[in-house]
Design a protein around this ligand. Structure first.
Ligand code: FAD
Length: 116
């Protein structure tokens, strides 16, 4: 890609955004309050309108309309987000990620200890 001090292209923006979103899921409570659930729902709706790649934002709004954000627990939100990311992966011809592994990738690190 381009040097790091150039304006973000769609790939750099996407990697940074997915990192933020999956890391928010990793920190999300196992038993969220109604206010915490409302924050996630509001944040995802606003992100889908402000995301600075217009074709991406349009498709993400469609995904949200057919698959409303799930916020009942960390695992609920983490798996919903994984499915949202996989929808983009499929669209771009990238491999689908195994959502059973989302917490190892984004919260605990891999069981082989390579992230320790
Ligand atoms: P990324 O897809 O950025 O993923 C980063 C890392 O996340 C991967 O290396 C992997 O370890 C992990 N990962 C991969 N899949 C999952 C998953 N399902 N769950 C958990 N972890 C996972 N780009 C376009 O060209 N067109 C679009 O329409 C488009 N829409 C987007 C919509 C949104 C809301 C976002 C946030 C990004 C969008 N992007 C789009 C960007 C695209 O998704 C990628 O971020 C970009 O192509 C860079 O891909 P990458 O291969 O580096 O890995």
């Amino acid at each position: 890609g381009p040097p790091a001090d150039c304006p973000a292209d769609v790939e750099t923006l996407g990697r940074g955004t997915w990192t933020l979103l999956h890391t928010i899921a990793a920190q999300y409570p196992t038993q969220p309050s109604p206010g915490q659930q409302a924050d996630i729902k509001g944040f995802m709706g606003i992100l889908s309108r402000l995301y600075p790649c217009w074709v991406c934002a349009e498709d993400f709004q469609k995904f949200l309309a057919k698959s409303p954000v799930r916020t009942a627990s960390r695992d609920d939100f983490g798996r919903w987000l994984c499915a949202a990311h996989n929808e983009v992966n499929v669209k771009l011809g990238k491999p689908e990620f195994d959502c059973n592994l989302w917490e190892e990738r984004w919260r605990t690190g891999w069981k082989d200890g390579r992230c320790d």
